[in-house]
Design a protein around this ligand. Structure first.
Ligand SMILES: Nc1nc2c(c(=O)[nH]1)N[C@H]1C(S)=C(S)[C@@H](COP(=O)(O)OP(=O)(O)OC[C@H]3O[C@@H](n4cnc5c(N)ncnc54)[C@H](O)[C@@H]3O)O[C@H]1N2
Ligand code: MOO
Length: 436
């Protein structure tokens, strides 16, 4: 398909959808992908459960002592008792029977012998009779209530109990719970494979030493790959693509050999070399769900789906070339989609309320401004939390305004506020995009 430059549309054919519409289109299109069975022994933090986990065991299996002390019959008060045996953690106590006037020495976690209904801890006892090496009779300074310091069977976990839910993100706590449940293996979600590629005739690889004046280093690819890797996905390097239909078609085909998701940047606006949308629509027969989003930065952000060489749905996030635009729109559109595919139930970034550390003139578009989180401002004891913008002006070409940003301020469009600006101290929503 080819058209002359003189015939190109003079206004975009793509309506600028709202962010809410864009997010709905993305998250409605993607579903968690396949699952795999994994041995409990190799489960790792970051994996996501694809099934509910029920306990196969009761913990403790029998009543056990909560203290190091003596298992007694509580109704016998503080009378002296003959020590008949010792029950230690890990050793069966089945042969021991505590009867009137006797007690059994128990350690924390040891089974309570039959006949006993309470434990008196060692600090509340003294030796009455002994040999050189063994306790014969023990005296008690405090009585015990029935069931005192006894952990009943099933107190910590019961057979059949739901201990971890589907979509649970495994962390160190969950590793312990899973192992305790006695399950030998579990279903987890597979992570989507995502390929990152950059488009543009002007690009040279980031390793290039001398870059001529008409060229620029491809910063989007390493930056987006780093972002996706930091979010827990293995980004595949799809390389750089020239601005021709043939080159785009070939590179997209190669990327689909290795991945079901492509995150690409550049070539989605109104320029004569901006061919990506047309290639996806006409060469691959993909559905373009949206070709522009009313947001700053990232206006020409594009999302397309379709099939290629199999019945599996493929997803393409064709993001604007401007470096800040691609980085922000990847966080806003591609990351939640990948998180949903990977099985996360909460796939959107956490949103918190922050106070502005300075006044901001609002843009005509809803803006996602880069900012740093701080509890208090310098020379101020007023509690925030505050957001300090990484720069007052934040052009979408200036990578430096992404430096260290752990918040994206979600600012309303100018028309929604009569003054067209937000004063210092105004409270706004912020998406958390890094450790705070
Ligand atoms: N007539 C119009 N022009 C533009 C519009 C518009 O609505 N009408 N939108 C502007 C907006 S907003 C954006 S954002 C950009 C995005 O355009 P493209 O996606 O087509 O991006 P390119 O033209 O390919 O590149 C834009 C800019 O970014 C540099 N770039 C591209 N790729 C990389 C890379 N991998 N690493 C570093 N830098 C990259 C490229 O050299 C350009 O300077 O369009 C506006 N124009
Ligand atoms: O939408 Mo563009 O990303 O502002 O420069």
């Amino acid at each position: 398909m080819s058209t002359s430059i003189v015939d190109r549309p003079r206004t975009s054919i793509w309506p600028a959808v709202s962010m809410a519409e864009a997010l709905a289109a993305v998250t409605d299109s993607v579903q968690p992908i396949m699952t795999k069975c994994i041995s409990t022994g190799v489960i790792r933090p970051g994996m996501i459960l694809a099934e509910d986990v029920l306990s196969r065991v009761t913990i403790p299996a029998v009543p056990t002592s909560v203290k190091d002390g003596y298992a007694v019959i509580s109704s016998e008060g503080i009378r002296d008792r003959v020590v008949i045996a010792a029950s230690t953690a890990g050793a069966p106590a089945s042969s021991i029977i505590v009867t009137s006037g006797t007690c059994a020495r128990v350690s924390t976690g040891a089974a309570i012998p039959a006949g006993a209904d309470a434990v008196i801890m060692v600090e509340h006892t003294h030796v009455v009779e002994r040999t050189k090496t063994e306790e014969l009779k023990i005296g008690f300074s405090q009585p015990a209530k029935p069931n005192q310091d006894i952990r009943p069977a099933g107190y910590d976990m019961q057979i059949g109990q739901l201990v971890l839910e589907k979509h649970c993100v495994i962390g160190s706590a969950e590793v312990g719970i899973l192992v305790a449940s006695g399950q030998r293996s579990v279903q987890v979600y597979r992570k989507p494979k995502v390929c990152v590629l950059s488009t543009g005739n002007e690009l040279v690889d980031w390793m290039t030493e001398d870059v001529s004046e008409d060229r620029i280093r491809d910063t989007n690819r390493p930056q987006l790959m780093a972002l996706l890797n930091a979010c827990g996905f293995k980004a595949i390097d799809g390389g750089m693509v020239g601005d021709t239909r043939e080159h785009l078609i070939e590179s997209i085909k190669v990327a689909f050999k290795y991945s079901n998701v492509i995150v690409m940047s550049g070539g989605v606006s109104m320029g004569e070399k901006d061919l990506v949308k047309s290639v996806l629509e006409h060469e691959f027969n993909f559905k373009i769900h949206f070709g522009r989003v009313f947001m700053k930065p990232g206006l020409p952000s594009t999302f397309a789906t379709g099939t290629y060489e199999s019945n599996d749905t493929r997803y393409v996030f064709a993001l604007p070339g401007n470096p800040v635009s691609s980085w922000v729109s990847c966080q806003l559109l591609a990351v939640p989609a990948l998180r949903k595919m990977a099985g996360h139930a909460n796939y959107f970034q956490t949103v918190i309320k922050v106070k502005l550390a300075e006044s901001i003139d609002l843009d005509i578009r809803p803006e996602y401004r880069r900012a740093w989180y701080t509890q208090t401002l310098p020379q101020s004891d007023e509690y925030g939390p505050y957001a300090i913008c990484t720069a007052i002006d934040q052009p979408s070409s200036t990578l430096l305004n992404t430096k260290g940003a752990n918040l994206l301020l979600r600012l309303p469009p100018r028309a929604s506020i009569p003054e067209g600006m937000l004063e210092k101290g105004a409270i706004v929503d912020a998406l958390v995009i890094g450790a705070i």
